[in-house]
Structure formats: C-alpha cells, structure tokens
Design a protein around this ligand. Structure first.
Ligand code: NI
Length: 217
C-alpha cells in the first residue's frame, strides 16, 4: 500500500462520505436508536472528524498517550458536520503526504498510562483506524438514516432508494462494466448482476455497448 494508492482511495471514499453526511436531518441530531448508541449528531460528527484527527494527531507521532475518553462532541447543524468533514479531508491528505511511503513502514504504539494497548506499523494504523474505522461508522450512519426514513444514498452499490447503475449508459458504468458488456454478447448475467437481483431484488439495467465502449474492450 503506497501513499499514492491511499490518496486515491481517500478521494473516492470522502466524496461518498459527504453524500451520506449531507442527508443527516438537522432536526434529528439528538435522536439515537438505543440508549447505549451515539446520537445521530455525535455519530455524524465522529464520521466527519475522525480521519483528519487520527491522521494528523496519531499517525504523525510514534507513540500516542490515550486519555480516558470523554464526551463526544455534539454538532448543532448539518452545515457544521459538513464543514468538519471538509476540514478533515484536508487534514488527512496533508498528514498522509507528510508521512510519505517511508513513514508508513515505521512502527506506531498507542498507550494508556504507559501500558501499550495498540502496536502496529503506521501502514496498519492508516488502513484500519484512519480508513476502515470511518467506513464502519459510515455504514452505521446509513442505518440511522434508514430508521429515520431518510433516503439512503448509494454507497458501494444500489441502496433501496438509489440505483445509480440503472440510469447509467454504457459510456459510464460501474467497475464491472467490462464483464457486463461481455455478457451482453454471450447473453449471460455477470455475477454482480446475479448478486443484485438475488440480494436486493433490484435488477441492474443491462448496459448496451456503444461504439466507443466497443473499442475499449
Ligand atoms: Ni469510532
């Protein structure tokens, strides 16, 4: 995993994260699905801020001392969450560039009262706690939106509310477009099409090859 690859992933994932955060209903920020859960506002702000905070405060140090936690910050508006997200994107990108490929190979420790509770290469810190941790909470946030009856945006594939693939023509299609087009010729469904039909009950429109697409195959 190189910094260049992580930065490419970041650009794509942050755009998706912003689409999810834009849906957060301001009048429901204090809502929570369970007494032990974070509120909608706390969770959305956690999704927004975490990558930038962890990349710039943890990944740039070799040893981090954790405190005792504390109350999650609570936003007062959706715009505040979006501003925190945009700031976090900049901080994450700057920290990763500063870290560089050499920095990714260095060891990192997280300690509580001088006892090591996390120990991993910085590449693993970035992979799991800067990136995967955010995707985990973003998925959680999408369930909050569903429970609040807010239309859920497409994240990695169609949601029950949005199917970006159905509207696509062959000029712009999903990453599995090439097998789809090949299967147009053989008359077979791709495994992804079967997956969406079986799991989501929501068939993907079969993209028809255009002349320009044909030339790329
Ligand atoms: Ni978390």
């Amino acid at each position: 995993m190189s910094i260049a690859a992580i930065l490419r992933e970041l650009e794509q994932e942050h755009a998706t994260t912003r689409r999810v955060l834009e849906r957060v209903p301001e009048e429901k920020l204090s809502w929570k699905p369970h007494p032990k859960s974070m509120s909608l506002g706390e969770l959305a702000l956690h999704v927004a801020m975490s990558p930038g905070y962890i990349a710039s405060n943890w990944a740039l140090q070799d040893v981090v001392q954790f405190g005792g936690g504390g109350q999650s910050p609570t936003p007062s508006s959706t715009n505040e969450i979006l501003a925190a997200h945009d700031d976090s994107v900049t901080k994450t990108r700057d920290a990763l560039i500063q870290l560089g490929d050499e920095g990714l190979a260095k060891p990192w420790k997280g300690q509580v009262n001088a006892t090591t509770v996390f120990e991993m290469p910085k590449s693993a810190l970035v992979r799991s706690i800067v990136l995967n941790h955010t995707y985990h909470h973003r998925g959680q946030l999408s369930v909050y939106l569903r429970l609040l009856d807010v239309p859920v945006p497409s994240i990695y594939g169609p949601s029950a509310d949005e199917n970006p693939f159905a509207a696509r023509t062959s000029r712009r299609c999903a990453p599995w477009r090439t097998p789809c087009l090949q299967n147009v010729r053989t008359g077979q469904m791709s495994s992804h099409q079967r997956h969406f039909e079986n799991i989501h009950g929501n068939p993907i429109a079969m993209p028809m090859p255009s002349r320009s697409a044909d030339r790329r195959l």
